[in-house]
Write a protein that binds this ligand. Structure first.
Ligand code: AMP
Ligand code: MG
Length: 466
């Protein structure tokens, strides 16, 4: 079986300031752990060929693509509000792009070894974060959220040293591109207007062909991010590390490090071990999204005409607020079966969330119970009163069934899958992934995956994907 992988590499045409040509560091004993066959086929790739020794060599970084060298992309970013002028793919490599009827997709290895942007890192990933990203990003896709995808997870046969030694792994990530807010910031910080122009043209062509110029790009990204973050909120998703280098221009969710889905509803929920100030808490995400977009606007300013463009750029960034509000109302409206939700329905939404917070009600199961006609809070008088108001709006249950997943990737289940995988069994990870592929119509026998954690199963913190 020969692997036919028609990879192109359009990003290199932007010029040498954008990347470093870099081969992966070979690994000792690659072994295919998970292959996303449906995704492979949708990219026009033959799953059997990817499973062949030649395919495994590519997915482990042991053999470069036939056509060209892989590259590490450079970017900068605000991490937890602090400026880092030099980041980049420190443990990732772009193998190239595939063209499909749905557009162009990057194929990237994550955990493939050191690059000039590794700083003090080892360029590697261990099995835990690789499995987490595989499971969660595919679950997000199944729930309809724009996201990077996971094509494969490969064990390296080597150990990676973190708090202790863990089995190493490499994820193959598929994205509509890896251009970040931080990519623009990198060139803006160097006063490289030529690069900013070229990157803007490239991003427009690839993601927003109907938009024009840097203003058009800004508005398109504002609109995409407003929708994306409202979608996260409607699912109880906490990204956890919304640094500007982790915000994609495409509007896809990217970088599943310390992310998590909430179990019990509490708006200030934080999971990330490194987010000590709660900067990226559940209820801060929209505001942080707006802040990141303001950073994109300032990065684009030099090619928008400088200071004179500030009022218009500001207006376009401020459009985020209404766009987000509208998307939020539409998403939460759909969760309550209101097809024509408007701002007048906000009290109905926020009152329910207030009761849920008071009761620490499970976010996902409360909405799903409403969808399935059960009472999620039988002991709450406040809920009973709310329920009457809601019923008066004659909710559309069909609509609710498409907006309220029964199964989400709960943290304790991901941890369980990771622990089993470290001990040598992929069965829990596979079972979880299969159930998550049908979040709105869960397969029989998956009832246990709907349950919130028992007190001893609660995962308090998640760690960055390193
Ligand atoms: P993240 O917080 O995961 O988005 O990563 C922030 C930056 O740290 C990026 O430039 C990454 O490439 C880099 N990085 C993270 N983990 C590693 C690692 N194990 N080795 C080298 N660089 C890393
Ligand atoms: Mg990142």
């Amino acid at each position: 079986m020969t692997l036919h992988l028609p990879l192109t590499q359009s990003y290199t045409a932007l010029g040498p300031r954008f990347f470093h040509a870099q081969e992966a560091e070979p690994v000792a004993a690659p072994e295919l752990l998970l292959l996303n066959e449906a995704l492979a086929r949708s990219l026009g790739l033959d799953p059997e060929a990817l499973k062949s020794p030649e395919g495994l060599a590519l997915l482990s970084g042991n053999a470069p693509p036939a056509q060209h060298s892989p590259i590490a992309q450079v970017y900068a970013g605000h991490q937890f509000g602090g400026w880092s002028p030099q980041l980049g793919d420190g443990r990732a490599l772009l193998l190239g792009e595939v063209e499909t009827p749905q557009g162009t997709f990057d194929i990237q290895l994550k955990g493939s070894g050191r690059t000039p942007y590794s700083r003090n890192g080892d360029g590697r990933a261990w099995l835990g974060p690789v499995l987490r990203e595989f499971i969660v990003s595919e679950a997000m896709h199944a729930m309809g959220v724009p996201t990077t995808r996971a094509l494969a997870a490969v064990a390296t046969g080597e150990r990676v040293q973190r708090e202790r030694a863990y089995p190493g792994a490499i994820l193959t990530r598929v994205a509509s591109s890896h251009i970040r807010v931080g990519t623009f910031q990198y060139f803006a910080a160097r006063n490289d207007t030529e690069a900013l122009e070229a990157l803007t043209a490239y991003a427009l062509k690839r993601h927003y062909p109907d938009a024009e110029g840097p203003m058009g790009l800004l508005s398109a990204v504002v609109a995409a991010q407003a929708k994306l973050i409202a979608h996260w909120m409607s699912l109880g998703f906490i990204h956890g590390v919304m640094n500007t280098d982790n915000m994609a221009i495409s509007g896809q969710t990217i970088d599943y490090g310390p992310c998590a889905f909430m179990d019990g509803y509490h708006p200030q929920t934080v999971y990330s071990s490194i987010d000590r100030m709660g900067r990226y808490a559940y209820d801060q995400q929209a505001q942080i999204g707006g802040w990141n977009l303001a950073q994109l606007a300032s990065a684009l300013l030099p090619i928008m005409g400088g200071e004179e463009a500030i009022p218009e750029a500001t207006e376009r960034v401020n459009a985020f607020r209404d766009a987000y509000q509208n998307a939020y109302i539409a998403r939460f409206g759909a969760k309550l079966g209101l097809s024509d939700a408007t701002a007048d329905d906000l009290p109905l939404i926020t009152d329910l969330l207030g009761i849920m917070a008071e009761e620490e009600a499970d976010f996902t199961n409360t909405f799903r119970a409403l969808t399935e006609g059960h009472n999620p809070l039988p002991d709450s008088l406040a809920f009973a009163a709310w329920h009457g108001r809601w019923q008066a709006r004659t909710p559309d249950l069909q609509m609710m069934a498409q907006a309220n997943p029964a199964i989400i990737p709960r943290n304790h289940r991901i941890e369980e899958a990771i622990q089993a995988a470290v001990a040598g069994s992929l069965a829990p990870a596979t079972r979880l992934s299969e159930a998550l592929a049908r979040p709105y119509d869960p397969p029989e026998g998956s009832e246990d995956l709907r349950l919130p954690p028992e007190p001893h199963e609660v995962v308090q913190t998640t760690f960055c994907g390193t």
